[in-house]
Write a protein that binds this ligand. Sequence first.
Ligand SMILES: [Zn+2]
Length: 127
Amino acid sequence: MDGMEFTVKAFHDFLAEGRIMGSRCRGCGAVSLPPRPVCPECGGRDLEWTELEGKGIIRAYTVIHVPLTRMKDRCPYACGVVELDAGPRISGLILGVSEGEKIEVGSRVEAEFVREGARTVLCFRPV
Ligand SMILES: [Zn+2]
């Protein structure tokens, strides 16, 4: 994957393979998720791909009762910000809320790769 551009598109292509890939700055070590072509910490452009494990904790969330049309069979659901164990934060849907899973800030979650038509969406489920 050397030479692959650090873009949101590449990020989604990796999601389709069930992988969470971010960019890591060789200068300062900061990890960006989704990947960015320029390090937000130091402005460096010497980056490498790094695979992140899909485990972390909920840092913030909102339960949504009025769904997007495509999500109505999963209602209610939650949108959250998850801090991965490796450090970076990423937003995503929190699954399982409609089945009565209790979530709160600090709950542990694991990544789940949900196919929606042609694309794969990064979601999380309480563990
Ligand atoms: Zn940097």
